[in-house]
Design a protein around this ligand. Structure first.
Ligand code: ATP
Ligand code: MG
Length: 556
């Protein structure tokens, strides 16, 4: 019952472990030992971070250890590329496994021996029903499952199992089934298949094996061999726990791991399944696993997420047993909060129009100090240049201002951030009537942006110096899925994609200091949002990604 009680933001797993570490408890005197067991068939996503924070986090909390184990018992879709990406992502989050890096496939021989042990005890048998026949004979709530092979002699099963391994039979011809309870109310216990024949090359074992253990048999063995104390996994394994315990109790090995399930993380406007994410990559809907719109760790990193913003998000949603879908706005909020505290402020203009300070001397210039981060003490200032020719945002000028508009319009005074107060005197238009240049005069008495006579200047705008500005491409991202629930079962998630999730701006103007930005460096572009240099950015071709806007745009 205690497992069901969860406070929001609380952690029911901690409560269980606390209890077990008490004198007389299952783990009294033991070190807490967990594992993170990804299947290397894709990149890690934000859902995995929840599991990582639980697995590595619980170990950390209790001064224990956490193994990293590639759950590579399924030969079809696994790949070394994924193994390396998984390691990199976990390290980026700040978790480490020391030398405890394992492959489940390294235990195949042991698993085979344990299976033979079960056959010898009369607890497993070779069944010749095809997968379809097994399904047709699984019974229902009032009828037990059936298999005509259940009572075949032990010697016969031993012989057939050895020949299955030797490659004598084709895929689907036979399985090894645990002999448990054909009438169980839990269908996972109705003599589950624990080995199947699968003639396929394994990414590490090559062609050594043509029989592969099923997850429900393999996982408890992996945990036992590594002396895991707490096997923490997501809720879909809850109904498999009796089988986990059955394997633990019936194979000849003496460690005692316990499986505890927690709710999977779901986030609206996204899909969290490697299979679906892989489809987005393979079918070209995104630019790769690390496309900044992807909920993968590599995508979030490229987008400008920091490890602490991601971990903070997980911390806030807590660990509960009840499935929950979290608003993507909360994830963005955690990033915004982090970057507000830590990102350097910079001047950048995304939709530039020329601003000419007509009474400023041509060919001259000066330097202003801009605060690096007003929220952080001692974060210093950096220099930005100023001259007669500047850029401002197109929408910071309106020839005919609407009510409440305080920025550039003829006759109005505006503050150029950290520089001068200027008065707009008009604009220049092209033949088509588009504004191509805004004109103003500066007041030399207002250096730094203050008015000595105390007159009010309502609008402050950002700007960059045309003489030193650097050009950049800026990529603006919005939700990858316009549908709030693309992950819902039975939904065509591809049809839920947002066709406008990427807007690419060219010819943006950035202050000169940004020419040195390195991939991942995050900035607040004043008044615009948080941006970071993309991994493909070079000094010759700067590229910035918008990490998140300044304000929550998801308000209801
Ligand atoms: P996917 O459907 O994305 O492939 P999976 O569960 O098959 O997910 P694994 O690589 O097997 O992915 O997962 C490794 C661990 O991460 C497992 O313990 C799993 O329970 C956990 N995990 C995966 N997705 C989530 C999620 N959305 N929320 C919490 N934990 C998750
Ligand atoms: Mg899986």
């Amino acid at each position: 019952m205690a497992e069901e009680l969860t406070a929001k933001g609380g952690n029911f797993i901690r409560d269980i472990i606390d209890e077990e570490l008490q004198e007389g408890g299952r783990c009294y005197g033991k070190k807490v030992h967990t594992r993170f067991p990804p299947e290397p068939n894709g990149y890690l996503h934000i859902g995995h971070v929840k599991a990582l924070c639980i697995d590595f986090g619980m170990a950390e909390t209790y001064g224990g250890i956490c193994n990293l184990r590639m759950d590579d018992t399924n030969p079809a879709k696994e790949d070394e590329e994924y193994v390396e990406a998984i390691k990199e992502d976990i390290h980026w989050l700040g978790f480490d496994w020391d030398d405890r890096f394992y492959y489940a496939s390294d235990y195949f021989e042991k698993m085979y021996e344990f299976a033979v042990g079960l056959i010898k005890k009369g607890l497993a048998y070779v069944c010749e029903l095809s997968p379809d026949e097994v399904r047709d004979n699984r019974g229902d709530l009032t009828h037990p499952a059936t298999s005509p092979y259940r009572d075949r002699p032990i010697e016969e099963s031993l012989d057939l199992f050895a020949r299955m391994r030797a490659g004598e039979f084709e895929d689907g011809k036979m399985t090894l089934r645990a002999r448990i309870d054909l009438a169980s109310g839990n269908f996972n216990m109705r003599d589950p298949v624990i080995y199947r024949i699968h003639h396929a090359e394994h990414h590490r074992q090559g062609n050594k094996w043509c029989i592969y253990p099923m997850y429900d048999f393999a996982h408890p063995i992996e945990d036992m061999l590594e002396d895991i104390t707490h096997s923490l996994c997501s809720l879909e394994f809850e109904d498999h726990r009796p089988l986990y315990n059955w394997v633990r109790e019936n194979i000849d090995y003496d460690t005692n791991p316990r499986q505890i399930e927690f709710a999977r993380l779901g986030i609206n406007h996204t899909v969290l399944s490697k299979r679906k994410l892989r489809q987005l990559v393979e079918e070209g809907y995104v630019a790769g696993w690390d496309d900044p719109r992807m909920p993968t760790l590599s995508g979030l990193r490229r987008r400008g997420y920091t490890p602490s913003s991601v971990k903070n998000f997980i911390e806030r949603i807590g660990v509960a047993k009840v499935p929950n879908t979290v608003e993507i706005a909360l994830l963005e909020h955690c990033l915004r909060e982090d970057l507000n505290e830590n990102a350097t402020r910079a001047l950048a203009v995304l939709h530039p129009v020329k601003l000419t300070v007509t009474n400023y001397p041509e060919g001259e210039g000066e330097v202003f100090e801009v605060e690096n981060n007003p929220t952080k003490e001692n974060s210093g200032t950096h220099k930005v240049s100023f001259s007669k020719h500047l850029f401002i945002e197109q929408d910071d000028f309106m020839e005919e201002p609407v009510k409440g508009y305080f920025r550039f319009f003829p006759g109005n005074e505006v503050r150029l951030k950290s520089a001068y107060v200027v008065k707009c005197t008009g604009c220049v238009k092209d033949e088509a009537g588009n504004v191509v240049e805004v004109l103003c005069e500066y007041d030399p008495e207002t250096r730094g942006g203050n008015t000595p006579d105390g007159r009010k200047v309502k609008g402050t705008v950002h700007w960059v110096d045309a003489a030193t500005a650097v050009d950049a491409e800026v990529r603006l991202y919005s939700l990858l899925f316009s549908d709030p629930d693309p992950d819902a079962s039975g939904k065509d998630f591809i049809a839920c994609l947002n066709p406008d999730s990427l807007e690419t701006l060219k010819g943006c103007k950035l202050e000169a200091a940004l020419a040195d930005a390195k991939a991942g460096d995050g900035y607040q572009f004043m008044r615009l949002g948080y941006f970071c240099a993309d991994k493909d950015s070079t000094p010759e071709k700067l590229i910035f990604n918008r990490s998140v806007s300044l304000k929550d745009s998801f308000k209801k």
